[in-house]
Design a protein around this ligand. Sequence first.
Ligand code: C2E
Ligand code: MG
Ligand code: MG
Ligand code: MG
Length: 291
Amino acid sequence: GAKARGGNLAEVYRRGPDDRDPERLALESALHHAIERDELFLCYQPQVDLASGRIVGAEALMRWRRPGHGVVPPDRFIPIAEQTGRIVPMGAWALETALATTRGWLAGELALAQISVNISAREFLRPDFVRQVETMLHTADVAPQRLTLELTESMLMDDAEGAVRTLAALKALGVRLALDDFGTGYSSLSYLRRFPLDVIKIDRSFVRDIAVDASTAAIVDATIRMAHSLNLDVVAEGVETEAQLAELAARGCDQAQGYLFSAPVPAEDLAALLRSDPPWAVAPARPVPER
Ligand code: C2E
Ligand code: MG
Ligand code: MG
Ligand code: MG
């Protein structure tokens, strides 16, 4: 069953590649052909500006239509692709596809200020990564300022000096840099300020509790204040309820994404959202009392 399979994968992930596990082997070899067999696709989740209620960006999220298994979510296949190194061509495919789709939207006069793409450590650590991003932007004819790369803390911490150099080269290109899943790692914003980031994304686990737990709300409040004092924009992930949105808006959060606005949807559906361009009614900001 699905549950047993999930358990196996978690186990394998801890142990590392295990060629005695037939299920894992099958997944791995099926994944190996996913690009050439045209089984990967991207969904896009709108990012809504809380001041205007308008879509200002979208995050590209990878999906795998595995024959006989339906659509496999990234949590099931990205870790395996990372271990086998397959994530490198898959990540390149995602970046290329997201940029080509963005070019199409812009050509059709659909205003999308930002496209965000998730990057894995295996890609980020390659010496030719920055050159590759530059080439892809050029080929797609998309301005670097429109691209946001989403990175995670662990990829910056393992080799901080190397990361600073790569981030500086990406900044020199003009792309925006976001720190994904903020709050789930061990580092503080004051440590992270040495990295030239533009955006932090508050992890869904904080957003989930913000309207019901005062200490979570206080943490989010402090995070937004500190991020703003460091000139970082703040995007909240996983906003599902009006109450969560109101708490975030009251604290000056810049943008939000989540099921409340839209789940990640195929490119055509995001285009339809952009075309109808409904300003979302974002609850009026109720100022949080100073403490
Ligand atoms: P992430 O980058 O933190 O993406 C946010 C995840 O939260 C997505 O899961 C999204 O579908 C989900 N989400 C969005 N709004 C809500 C909400 O309101 N409630 C809930 N419960 N969930 C929400 P998804 O698409 O399953 O992706 C999971 C993770 O897989 C991503 O987390 C990212 O780390 C990774 N991933 C996805 N696509 C790519 C890719 O192209 N390349 C790489 N390297 N990683 C990817
Ligand atoms: Mg992300
Ligand atoms: Mg995230
Ligand atoms: Mg995540």
